[in-house]
Ligand binder design. Structure first.
Ligand SMILES: Nc1ncnc2c1ncn2[C@@H]1O[C@H](COP(=O)(O)OP(=O)(O)OP(=O)(O)O)[C@@H](O)[C@H]1O
Ligand SMILES: [Mg+2]
Length: 603
């Protein structure tokens, strides 16, 4: 039902093309139905027995359309064949129009679906991408959209043609010879049985192999993305085996499909051959008895073929419909997803902000069945100040950063920026004031310059100088210069050709280049040595005197200079204060500081 509604909506949206396409389709079908009549007339005119045109509605119709007089001579044959040529040209034009406009609608549908899905994907919360395999999303965008397109265009085109052709052919056959028509229908019963038997089987195998293919590509994609881990753990053989298993079921299902299709094809040829045989035999008897002309026989055979094609198309079209319905369900599940309010434009978009941040009793739960990742977290950072967040792994530090960026919303509690709830801002505007260095420094496969200048519009004057300046601040300049292509060095996917520390510094430079009012650094100095860290922190202080800074770290030395430090433990703030105060209080922080300093001394 939903599928039908979807199709109708698509046609309504493209009504003009649909009407043109449908007119062409109907005209084409009409032409296809009258052509055999002219062939009949031509054959009859050339045969010694002469015409039998007085009977049958089709012959009368054809004769009325004939521009000349009837006569049993060669000029009449030429006239009829001339009509066949004219009609064939008209049919060619109709076929073109039909295909062009109906397929055009389906391509539009494809385009719109992809656009809608891509937009909907963009406004999903970050958690959606954490929980959804990218291979799955890719197959939604490709094979599912393709299935729907095939239904909107080709399927409807073929089914539309057969809806006219089948009854018209049958009607004319009956008007030509009732007995012969009944006889000709016998093999069609066999073909119907074969269709009922084989089609569900073909469909089953086809749907299964489609699923196999999706799994196969999702698996392969993950494998390629994680090629390093696969190699490091010597998992190649295991992966090959896995892919081979997926491939094997795919192959088996495809072979099952091919086997059933092949058998069905044989049935089609067998039954249609039988049909021709019956018509030829009994037709000859009828011709001999003078109840049927040679021309009738010729036309009859042509019409008979018109009965087989719809049966064949029907099976194929049902499969397209079943497949498309399943795809549409999956696409709907995505398209109907509520957009994350935080991702949708709207709200205040001030030209600048001061940068006061306040968390008010913030709780966050990633999913209903998970414990709180943050519990009753409250803190305040006045504009221009720096807050340090430390805590053990999994204590909720990155979660704080995600909340600040509005990558998700707190389960309860409030986050205020400049005293106003974070939800009241347009999230794009808000993010434009925030420089963010994520914990995993994701870089795009582009040049170093473009990665660092991500937030600087390409036509900004002095863009290159700005990029260099921030790269210097991130203590990355020297290394970039030493690369053969310098700033124009292309990065591999996710920046694979940089070291961990280099990636971190590239993404610090990228965040600084956004010229932020709020800077969020999520454990982004973990892969650089303490000397470099110290230099970067000094540069940051110089560069971002006015910037409100949230600095997350495992290492005490990274946060020691902060105006306030909070210690997170299992999502709760257990200690807070300055470095000196925390060391003096003898809690977790003091303990961590002592151990880290000891380790540094030993090293
Ligand atoms: N997308 C997610 N879905 C479900 N749970 C999550 C998700 N992200 C984080 N968590 C859980 O929330 C808790 C806090 O995670 P978070 O990433 O904030 O820790 P962290 O302090 O940054 O740790 P680390 O020092 O290792 O980076 C962890 O228990 C983690 O398992
Ligand atoms: Mg983290």
């Amino acid at each position: 039902m939903r599928t039908i509604r979807f199709i109708l909506a698509e046609y309504r949206a493209n009504l003009r093309w649909f009407v043109i396409g449908m007119i062409a389709l109907i005209l084409g079908s009409l032409i296809q139905t009258v052509v055999p009549i002219y062939i009949k007339l031509a054959v009859d005119a050339a045969s010694p027995d002469g015409f039998r045109i007085e009977e049958g509605l089709a012959s009368r119709m054809a004769v009325t359309l004939l521009p000349g007089e009837m006569s049993a001579d060669m000029s009449f044959v030429q006239l009829c064949l001339g009509m066949v040529v004219v009609l064939s040209v008209a049919l060619a034009v109709c076929t073109f129009m039909k295909r062009f406009y109906l397929i055009r609608i389906s391509r539009r549908t494809e385009y719109n679906l992809k656009k809608k899905m891509y937009a909907r994907l963009q406004d999903q919360p970050a958690s959606f991408f954490d929980n959804t395999r990218s291979g799955g999303i890719m197959s939604l965008m490709t094979s599912d959209v393709e299935a729907v397109r095939m239904m909107i265009g080709p399927a409807v085109m073929y089914i539309g043609g057969t809806i006219f052709l089948f009854p018209a052919s049958l009607l004319i056959m009956f008007s030509l010879n009732t007995l012969l028509t009944w006889l000709a229908l016998i093999p069609l019963v066999g073909l119907t049985a074969a269709t009922i038997w084989f089609n569900p089987r073909v469909r089953k195998y086809s749907l299964r192999s489609q699923e196999d293919l999706e799994q196969l590509s999702a698996r392969a994609q993950e494998n390629f993305a994680g090629a390093r881990v696969v190699k490091a753990f010597s998992r190649e053989n295991f992966e090959i085996e896995e892919l081979r298993n997926h491939g094997k079921t795919y192959l088996e299902n495809k072979l099952g499909q091919a086997r059933n299709q092949a058998l069905f094809q044989s049935c089609i040829w067998g039954f249609s051959g039988l049909g021709v045989l019956i018509i030829l035999y009994f037709g000859a008897v009828e011709v001999g008895a003078g109840r049927f002309s040679t021309g009738d026989l010729a036309a009859f055979i042509l019409y008979n073929l018109g009965l087989y094609w719809p049966m064949i198309a029907l099976g194929w079209v049902t499969m397209l419909f079943v497949r498309a319905s399943a795809s549409l369900r999956r696409l709907d599940a995505l398209v109907q997803r509520e957009p994350d309010p935080a991702q949708v434009p709207g709200g205040d978009a001030p030209a600048s902000i001061r940068g006061d941040i306040e968390f008010e009793n913030v709780n966050l739960r990633y999913a209903d069945d998970l414990p709180l990742a943050l519990e009753d977290v409250s803190f305040k950072i006045p504009a221009g100040k720096t807050i340090g967040i430390v805590g053990q792994v999994g204590s909720g530090k990155s979660t704080v950063a995600s909340l600040l960026l509005r990558l998700m919303a707190p389960t309860t509690g409030r986050i205020l920026i400049d005293g106003k709830p974070i939800e009241s801002y347009d999230s794009h505007a808000l993010r434009s004031f925030i420089g963010y260095v994520p914990q995993d420094s994701f870089l795009f496969s582009d040049t170093i310059a473009n990665n660092i200048g991500l937030a600087i519009a390409p036509d900004t004057e002095g863009r290159t100088e700005l990029i260099h300046k921030y790269t210097q601040a991130a203590e990355f300049e020297e290394e970039v210069r030493s690369l053969p292509k310098g700033y124009d060095t292309m990065l591999g996917e996710r920046g694979v050709n940089l070291s961990g520390g280099q990636k971190q510094r590239a993404s610090i430079a990228r965040a600084l280049a956004a010229n932020p009012t709020i800077l969020v650094l999520d454990d982004c100095l973990s892969a650089v040595d303490t000397d470099t860290e110290e230099r970067i922190l000094r540069n940051l202080k110089k560069e971002s005197r006015e910037v409100t800074t949230v600095i997350i770290a495992q290492r005490i030395s990274t946060v020691a200079h902060a105006d306030e430090i909070i210690v997170l433990d299992h999502g709760r703030i257990t200690e807070r204060g300055t470095d000196a105060a925390l060391r003096a209080s003898g809690g977790l922080y003091a303990d961590l500081a002592r151990r880290q300093e000891l380790a540094a001394e030993l090293a």
